[in-house]
Design a protein around this ligand. Structure first.
Ligand code: A2P
Length: 336
């Protein structure tokens, strides 16, 4: 059986990175199809030594192409409308938007954390929010060992998380130009708003982190709160995470658990000024963890600093890993 992959939103910040990650990981794929809006239709994109023509995403664009997987990163509105059309035609959709994440029938997956959720699906799989993904890689092994009771996230998120427009606002802001994507200047500034505000004063980004953490860790009892902030960094989200556990822990043992967990690189040596930084994480697929220290204000808790490339592990790489996992477990996932 041939494997054909469509990338929807192929001209965007995440879509381009998806193409790069797909080429790096050399999946057993026969053909690729690139889709974007009418604005990009007809453009040529060089990919794996070939020229691909970008096609307009329409309700019939997938017909006659024998597409097996479609990886979407074209915004929630586009996913809401088009993911079901692809899914209905038997195509497995891995969706990077927030559109389907909290749908009970849709697995929300970080492959290092909860790959088993992929065993039951209805052709739509959701890629979690970028900030949630890197946090999950670090929290899951600690939850397994010590049972999380409460999580406090404070994020420092790169402008690339807001797509091409966010990136341009920082580049142009340095030159003194007014922002177009953000409501306020991002150069020389921190914006304590990511996504729109809800009635209770939290932002949608904060709510995503709260809800997605519980769904992925499969535990509604964990108390989670978040403050998400956009900072003038191009690539790499940083997160200060405060955790409270049910069980007592030994700090050296806890650090070893983190160091041994899949997908984590420890950078935690204050003596040599070693700690995770966005500039080091950029263009890598791993999640970097450091500044791990006991929180003496609670019975059992820690503070730590978690950094990852938001476009790679936080989006493109995680989505491609999901497709890879399904390919490797096709029969178990109900794929003929
Ligand atoms: P296009 O480049 O044609 O506008 P980013 O988040 O970096 O801005 O990227 C968004 C991606 O989603 C781009 O590839 C963009 O295509 C694509 N996109 C946005 N709106 C639509 C739409 N209505 N239909 C298909 N693709 C879309």
């Amino acid at each position: 059986m041939s494997v054909n992959i469509a990338v929807v939103g192929a001209t965007g910040m995440v879509g381009r990175k998806m193409l790069q990650v797909l080429s790096e990981r050399n999946l057993p794929v026969d053909n690729y199809y690139l889709f974007a809006s009418a604005r990009s239709a007809g453009k040529t994109v060089q990919f794996m030594g070939r020229d691909y023509t970008v096609e307009e995403l329409t309700e019939t664009c997938m017909d006659g192409k024998d597409i097996t997987y479609a990886i979407f990163s074209a915004g929630a509105g586009t996913s809401l409308k088009f993911a079901p059309i692809f899914a209905e035609k038997g195509i497995i959709v891995v969706d990077n938007s927030s559109a389907w994440r909290m749908d009970e029938t849709v697995p929300l997956v970080v492959p290092e954390v909860n790959p088993d959720a992929l065993l039951s699906h209805h052709n739509i799989i959701a890629n979690p929010n970028c900030s949630t993904i890197q946090a999950m890689v670090a929290l899951k092994p600690l939850h397994d060992a010590y049972t999380l009771r409460r999580v406090v996230y404070s994020t420092y998120q790169a402008v690339s998380g807001a797509g091409m427009g966010g990136f341009a606002d920082l580049e142009n802001g340095i030159k003194g130009e007014a922002p177009k994507k953000f409501n306020h200047p991002i150069f020389g500034n921190c914006l304590p708003q990511i996504d729109s505000f809800l009635d209770d004063g939290y932002t949608k980004e904060e709510l995503k982190m709260i809800n997605e953490t519980k769904k992925i860790l499969h535990d509604n009892e964990i108390k989670v709160t978040a403050t998400t902030v956009r900072v003038p960094v191009y690539y790499g989200h940083s997160e200060s995470i405060n955790l409270e556990f049910e069980k007592q822990f030994d700090l050296d043992e806890l650090k070893k658990i983190l160091a041994d967990a899949p997908g984590i690189v420890m950078a935690d040596d204050p003596a040599s000024l070693s700690y995770p930084m966005a500039c080091d994480a950029a263009d890598h697929d791993e999640v970097y963890v450091g500044r791990v220290r006991r929180d003496d204000t609670v019975e059992s808790g820690i503070n730590m600093w978690v950094v990852a490339d938001n476009i790679r592990k936080g989006a493109a790489t995680n989505a491609v890993q999901i497709a890879e996992w399904i390919m490797a477990h096709a029969e178990e996932c109900g794929i003929k």
